[in-house]
Ligand binder design. Sequence first.
Ligand code: NDP
Length: 330
Amino acid sequence: MDADTMQAVRVERTGGPEVLDVQQVAVPEPGPGELLVKVSATGVNYIETYQREGIYPMDLPYTPGSEGAGEVVALGEGVTEFSEGDYVATAAGKGFYAEYAIVPAEAAVEVNVTLVEARIAAAAMLQGMTAHYLTHSTFPLKEGHTMLIHAAAGGVGLLVCQMAKMLGARVIGTAGSEEKAELAKGAGADEVILYREVDFAEEVRRLTDGEGVDVVYDSVGKDTFYKSLDCLKVRGTLVLFGASSGPVPPVDLQILNQKGGLYVTRPALGQYTRDREELLWRAGNVLSWIGNGTLDVRIGGTYPLSEARAAHEDLQGRRTTGKLLLLPEV
Ligand code: NDP
């Protein structure tokens, strides 16, 4: 350890991006079963906006950030699987909007230093494992399936497109601009609907000869939920996995009957990384596909830690593509 204090983003009250405040604070100490990591890069995720706004309540004050990568610089009691000097990545760390962060050893994955230096390790864990469970487990895609993914050029979206193609599905995406549509096509999307120009549900019907798709992966939430149901075939599945436009208000379940005996699920990553074996399977797949060039992780923007506010503004302002990272300034 080479420092007692560090720069960290602190949230003392809920609110807009302005409540993300950079402060000098004590470097945390790893408790039993934990690692202290010197952060190389931090992944920015939508969940941090929900926490900041109070949609997902947090104990205040706190330092946001669960995803990142870096070097292990201290070990808590009882840690045997890792050593100082190892490079690790995680989707379930504590306080990654900082120069040092805590990682429970059970949530850490050892990674190659070149992936850490290229910042890919920090960018791939949370969204990569999310795309993995959505396409491989929540609704396991197979050849012959047709699927719809909203925000196809987003962080999760670009990875879902690529994994769905690996599994042989036909991929229809939605995107907010031509530039985003091109990125999604580059990630394998067969068709991309510009939803600002056309009604996406009508367009999905047209593209599927009136039948609808087997599954919709919907992370937009409030603005898209009902129209996403309209995109499904009889007995199709809506996987609602986010709320970028806001949470979906209470739903009358009778609508699932009226629209074709539909299924709806609302999963989260924690339910699909329930033990070490499942975590290592998903992370191992994602990291090995990156290593052999099968999976491309697009880093759409990097921000110094002191500009975490701008990262949140851009993410919520729909101005970003791919993954956003925060980088410590030392
Ligand atoms: P994205 O990169 O997908 O960014 C959000 C995108 O959503 C925007 O760029 C925009 O794309 C689209 N969008 C449509 N409507 C809105 C709106 N009203 N406000 C903001 N954005 C809108 O973000 P992430 O990849 O980080 O996350 C995607 C979603 O996945 C989030 O909702 C997140 O909560 C969820 N998630 C869920 C997980 C889970 O396990 N359940 C895990 C990880 C993420 P466009 O311009 O093309 O419409």
